[in-house]
Design a protein around this ligand. Structure first.
Ligand SMILES: [Zn+2]
Length: 156
């Protein structure tokens, strides 16, 4: 899913669990389960994914928009929940962080170094767990965002 939606899940966990020692690891683990849900493909087809043809203009713009919206969400949540600001930020970052591994494999190894890297076992699993990535998955992302933001607002 998008970093934005992983961040929403992290924020919900932060506001529900409230104990950093539990909430931060839970947020990290939530990433993998959330990736099991059919989601948006960021404009990268399964074919392009296989051929390592990943960094299209559409993908880059989608990723940039995802990042900008995520930062805006972090700022808004810090204003709405000043006492839990750091915990929310920590959980949002933890929930989105597993995807940073793709900066290493896809951007550095495949795109820059032009290699065909073998993924480590966790990344292999992470990749396989995302069994459904389609453009229609954008509807799931929108539904997740609306539901998650409603839950967060109800916790004020
Ligand atoms: Zn992921």
């Amino acid at each position: 899913m998008t970093g934005f939606n992983h961040g929403i899940t992290g924020a919900v966990i932060a506001l529900t669990v409230k104990q950093p020692v539990l909430a931060v690891p839970l947020s990290f683990v939530s990433h993998y389960f959330q990736d099991l849900i059919p989601h948006w493909d960021y404009g990268v087809s399964r074919e392009a994914d296989k051929n390592g043809n990943f960094f299209t203009k559409r993908f880059n713009l989608s990723l940039l928009a995802d990042f900008i919206f995520s930062v805006i969400l972090m700022i808004v949540l810090a204003i709405l929940f000043p006492t839990h600001k750091l915990l929310i930020w920590g959980c949002m970052a933890a929930a989105a962080s597993p995807d940073l591994v793709w900066a290493y494999y896809r951007l550095y190894r495949e795109h820059i170094k032009m290699q065909k890297p073998k993924y480590d076992p966790l990344s292999n699993l992470h990749h396989k767990m995302q069994w459904s990535q389609t453009s229609a998955g954008a509807l799931v992302e929108i539904a997740w965002a609306i539901a998650g933001l409603s839950i967060i607002l109800s916790m004020r």
